[in-house]
Design a protein around this ligand. Structure first.
Ligand SMILES: Nc1ncnc2c1ncn2[C@@H]1O[C@H](COP(=O)(O)OP(=O)(O)O)[C@@H](O)[C@H]1O
Ligand SMILES: CC(=O)N[C@@H](CCC(=O)OP(=O)(O)O)C(=O)O
Length: 293
């Protein structure tokens, strides 16, 4: 773009938004489906670097469901999902930790560092940041109609979040990049759904924004049109009437919980749109669905 007038207009439109988020914490959940190709990954890393350079305190929580699936397949380990969560035995949790806290985490760190920033890769285990307990998910048995506890193995729910390390990093040049794995007080390692993990971190930090980068433009209505803004009550109604289904249910439920914990606004947006994070935070109309109290 060479037109100086257009450049000036863009800058003057963006500046008030940049000031609005100065010194504010923004948690970005980078989903495995949003990690498309190398160019998109670099555009994401650039957005995170630019947020830090604009005075925002960005925190990245990443997933990696598809990447875990392909590694399990390569190793010949069967895997299944119940209630949207991966049933995780001892062999699986070792692979989950290896893929999430090992390869994916370091790839994202390297991409951000390539943009001239100082990212640091962590999991819930570092600095006693997160402790988890065995997830207590229930489902209604299709034959008996009784509510039963799902046996998901080492799938965890965050029960304690200590913000000491994250507060320290916020005062430094470092950008935390966190894998959703955490220890239990029982000595086990737990696999935590990345949306749930990001919600817990954003809640503990009372974040200004929590962004969920996925592979759809946001929450879609019954006619598949993007809904730009939803209240908690409207979101609940869309779950109840079936407009929101599948993987979008736990995502929207996590949004609602995060708002109830004090996060000011949660956005679901398409991570496959280049520079989705910048467009969401620094333009008037944003890019996805904003869920507000
Ligand atoms: N109302 C809806 N609006 C948007 N997506 C929906 C809706 N209902 C169900 N979905 C599904 O939810 C999916 C996103 O959830 P999920 O696959 O778990 O994302 P991620 O892996 O990024 O965490 C979409 O790809 C879409 O198929
Ligand atoms: C318990 C559980 O299901 N954990 C997820 C963790 C990764 C994740 O959530 O990744 P996405 O955000 O890319 O889906 C898993 O094993 O796939």
């Amino acid at each position: 773009m060479d037109n100086p007038e257009e450049q000036a207009r863009l800058l003057s439109d963006a500046l008030p938004y940049m000031q609005r988020y100065e010194n504010k914490t923004v948690v970005v959940k980078y989903g495995g489906h949003a990690m498309g190709n190398a160019a998109l990954g670099q555009a994401f890393a650039r957005d995170i670097a630019l947020l830090k350079q604009s005075g925002v305190n960005p925190i990245v929580v990443h997933g990696g469901g598809p990447q875990i699936a392909s590694m399990l397949q390569r190793l010949g380990i069967q895997s299944e999902f119940r209630g949207g969560l991966r049933v995780t035995d001892q062999a699986t949790v070792e692979i989950v930790e290896m893929v999430l806290a090992g390869s994916i985490n370091k790839e994202i760190v390297a991409l951000i560092n390539k943009e001239g920033e100082w990212a640091i890769g962590l999991s819930g285990k570092d600095g006693n940041m997160v402790f988890a307990e065995r997830a207590k998910k229930t489902q209604v048995h299709p034959d008996t109609g009784e509510t039963e506890l799902l046996d998901l193995g080492f799938v965890g729910e965050p029960t304690e979040v200590d913000r000491t390390l994250l507060d320290l990093l916020a005062r430094s040049e470092m950008i935390p990049v966190i894998a959703p794995v955490a220890p239990g007080r029982d000595g086990n390692t737990y696999n935590i759904n990345a949306d749930t993990f990001a919600g817990a971190i954003a809640g503990a930090l009372q974040a200004s924004r929590l962004l969920f980068l996925t592979d759809v433009p946001g929450v879609l209505d019954a006619n598949k049109n993007l809904i730009h803004e939803l209240t908690v009550a409207e979101a609940r109604a869309l779950i109840a009437d079936g407009t929101i289904s599948g993987g979008m249910i736990p995502k929207v439920e996590t949004c609602i919980e995060a708002i109830e914990r004090g996060v000011q606004g949660v956005v679901i947006l398409n991570g496959k749109t280049p520079h989705a994070v910048l467009l969401e935070l620094f333009t008037q109309h944003g890019a996805g669905t904003l869920i507000v109290p």
